[in-house]
Design a binder for this molecule. Structure first.
Ligand SMILES: NC(=O)c1ccc[n+]([C@@H]2O[C@H](COP(=O)([O-])OP(=O)(O)OC[C@H]3O[C@@H](n4cnc5c(N)ncnc54)[C@H](O)[C@@H]3O)[C@@H](O)[C@H]2O)c1
Length: 257
């Protein structure tokens, strides 16, 4: 997909990777960029900068996602590209509270289900539509020290695969964005060992936007701003037990356990 003259919606567009996507899509000549974020002021600042439309949206609430799509369609016609990008981190392991599990499940996974649920009927009727889902390298490999985050990101990869397989022949395109460290508030503000481990190889949000534009142009399923993730993923598939032993060594180095 080329971005010129396209109607694009980006969730989590008020900051970080989402903001870089909005700016880049506008620069590529998108017809309209809708900036959706639970942080309404952040969304407005980005929309004002690029001449887009800001819509305060909590993607964890299905009625909000439905309203986002309805308002975007009212303003600009059918949505060509929807970027389900908003996300949060919950660190820790199984001890994380049920409330924390539910919170991250709703934002990181159910929001993507809600988006697909409201968009698919129109896209299937038109025979076209593009969903970009921001997962993470933690969804292909694992995120050390962040079990709830890793589980939700694996779920996003599974959802993206399923949608692509099930609706690909009907014209619905799906790409799954799986960055490793990106220098945004999520990474820089976390202060966790797992985050500090990712900092040396971290890229800028603009580098992710560059990889996204290239990946969309090729309509590639897996978009990897860090090419080394493809090699790690291959090694995991080649010999799962060897990969697990290697990950334990990395874990011991950073967490001492
Ligand atoms: N930063 C990284 O290292 C990294 C790596 C891999 C994947 N990701 C993923 O990239 C995506 C964007 O993360 P980022 O790094 O730009 O983080 P960020 O914290 O800079 O931006 C996330 C944006 O999402 C918004 N948001 C959070 N909850 C929301 C909700 N319920 N409804 C609507 N908006 C909401 C926030 O207000 C914020 O503007 C996330 O899905 C994240 O998991 C980030």
């Amino acid at each position: 997909m080329e971005l010129a003259d396209k109607h694009v919606v980006v969730t989590g567009g008020g900051n970080g990777i989402g903001r870089a996507l909005c700016r880049r899509f506008a620069a590529e000549g998108a017809k309209a960029v809708v900036v959706a974020d639970v942080d309404g002021e952040g969304a407005k600042a980005v929309a004002d900068e690029i001449g887009g439309l800001a819509l305060a949206t909590n993607v964890a609430v299905e009625a909000d996602v439905v309203s986002l799509v309805e308002r975007a369609v009212d303003a600009n016609g059918p949505v060509d590209l929807f970027c389900a990008n908003a996300g949060i981190v919950v660190t820790g392991g199984v001890e994380a509270s049920d409330e924390e599990w539910q919170r991250i499940w709703d934002v990181n996974l159910m929001a993507h289900v809600y988006a697909a649920r409201v968009l698919l009927p129109g896209w299937l009727a038109r025979g076209e539509g593009y969903l970009l889902q921001t997962a993470s390298a933690a969804g292909l490999l694992t995120g050390l020290g962040t079990l709830p985050y890793s589980v939700t990101k694996h779920a996003v990869v599974a959802l993206a695969e399923w949608l692509s397989i099930t609706h690909g022949d009907a014209g619905v395109k799906v790409s799954c964005l799986c960055p490793q460290g990106v220098r945004t508030n999520m990474l820089l503000g976390s202060g966790e060992e797992g985050a500090s481990m990712l900092l040396p190889g971290a890229v800028e949000p603009e580098d992710v936007a560059e990889a996204v534009v290239a990946g969309l142009a090729e309509e590639r399923f897996l978009i990897l701003p860090h090419p080394e993730v493809a090699e790690y993923f291959r090694r995991k598939a080649d010999d799962y037990d060897r990969w697990l032993r290697g990950m334990r060594r990395v874990q011991a180095r950073f967490f001492g356990t």
